[in-house]
Design a protein around this ligand. Structure first.
Ligand code: DOR
Length: 422
């Protein structure tokens, strides 16, 4: 048994606590005012540190699959190194691979490959034209229009017909409408080719489908202000929908990016205007957004120069959280969107993954909470210890980041995964 003491942030409170955990099982045993004398505390963190339950990213592209075709961009182990570098203890990998996981057999082959990341990586299954649900409960991802990879829909009719087979399932949507994208395909710039209208139209359709088929919906990497109004209205009607936002959509906007940098900032959906960024920040602040998720999407520098969409984000997660704290976003909110909500998302599929796990790794009650029975995963930040993002500090294979040169107000102090100091 080990004892750790730190100022702990949960969605309910920020308070100095002691945590007793078992480094063999990797599980938390007790949390609170345990009255362990200072001399017997194994890990003591002073008031300059802030501890959260291990943070999690519900949207990444680790690139590895059975074909191995994209492992030169990233693989499960390099993604895990970048996650740890950014203070992340678990992440959900998207299915837009050369061999997408769309049925039991392809999902299980990818699951077995991902085992090398010790269950820190978990998988979405893909939905494509005429796919059907797996026989056990997993999270699904649907690309409403073309982005990266071949797994996407070209029209609403096929999407509607396919989703009619997924009633009650957890479905995350990439909201860009294929017909709006097609209509703007000859525009001069990336953000004009993928306008806000594409997201707004797709949001309206996604909300309609979530309602129609009783889905538990999540809208990925939300980027613009218009659709937020539609989401608000749908929630008032009882539509079950949550939202992700990326660090890059909260930090950058077209008004502050010089034209020469636009290519390296290219992603789908694009970086938007200042008023979109402000709308996302206030939606995050008032609790309308549930997940801070990176959409870590590595491509090589050469591919980026040719105009491939996708930005990295794992390495800079912790630093970015300190920027949000510095902007006045409360630690309780950060605990919710970086640890507890991603934990809840992950934990609802735990039984399926335990069943598939040939190593029978014990994840207890799961991740994301400073409570007995959950994994002893801790992300400890130093909110007032500035650090500049430089290439030598990145662990992603592709060695670039939209935040290169940015000095965040704080940094990662320490990370624990399954009771082990990383
Ligand atoms: O910019 C993006 N890149 N958006 C996506 O939807 C996919 C991602 C990727 O896989 O590279």
């Amino acid at each position: 048994m080990k004892v750790l003491e730190a100022i702990c942030a949960t969605s309910i409170e920020v308070a100095r606590k002691q945590i007793r955990f078992d480094e063999v099982s990797g599980l938390i045993r007790e949390v609170g005012d345990l009255k362990v004398p200072r001399a017997e505390v194994d890990f003591y963190f002073d008031d300059g540190c802030l501890l959260f339950a291990g943070m999690g990213d519900v949207h990444i592209h680790a690139r590895e699959d059975v074909s191995g075709k994209n492992s030169y961009k990233e693989d499960f182990l390099s993604a895990l190194e970048a996650m740890k570098n950014g203070g992340l203890t678990h992440a959900g990998d998207m299915p837009n691979n050369p061999v997408p996981p769309i049925d039991n057999a392809s999902y299980e082959s990818k699951f077995n490959l991902a085992q090398k990341a010790h269950r820190c990586l978990w998988l979405y299954a893909g939905i494509g034209p005429n796919t059907r649900p797996l026989s056990y409960k997993v999270p699904y991802k649907v690309y409403m229009g073309p982005s990266i990879g071949e797994l996407y829909f070209k029209d609403l009719k096929t999407l509607d017909e396919t989703l009619s087979h997924y009633r009650g399932q957890h479905v995350s949507f990439h909201c860009e409408d294929p017909e709006v994208l097609e209509a703007h395909s000859l525009a001069a710039t990336h953000h004009e080719r993928r306008p806000v209208e594409a997201e707004t139209v797709a949001t309206r359709d996604a909300l309609m489908l979530i309602e129609k088929y009783g889905l538990i919906g999540k809208l990925c990497h939300y980027s613009s202000h218009e659709g937020l109004k539609l989401i608000r209205e749908a929630r008032l009607r009882g539509v079950n929908v949550s939202i992700e936002v990326t660090p890059q959509h909260l930090y950058f906007d077209l008004e502050h990016l010089e034209d020469s940098r636009l290519k390296s900032f290219q992603m789908n959906p694009p970086i938007r205007h200042h008023h979109d960024r402000e709308a996302l920040k206030s939606a995050l602040r008032n609790g309308e957004i549930q997940y801070l998720a990176t959409d870590h999407a590595p491509h090589t520098k050469e591919e980026k120069e040719k105009g491939t969409s996708g930005l990295t984000g794992l390495d800079t997660y912790a630093g970015f959280v300190t920027w949000l704290l510095n902007e006045g976003f409360p630690p309780e909110l950060m605990a919710k969107v970086c640890a507890e909500n991603p934990g809840d998302f992950h934990n609802q599929f735990l039984a399926s993954w335990n069943l598939l796990d040939q190593n029978k790794t014990n994840l207890g009650l799961g991740v994301g909470f400073l409570k007995p029975g959950f994994l002893a995963n801790f992300t400890i930040l130093r909110p007032n210890h500035p650090e500049t993002v430089t290439v030598d500090k990145l662990r992603t294979k592709v060695l670039h980041s939209p935040f290169l040169g940015v000095t965040f107000p704080g940094s990662l102090k320490r990370l624990f995964i399954k009771g082990k100091e990383i």
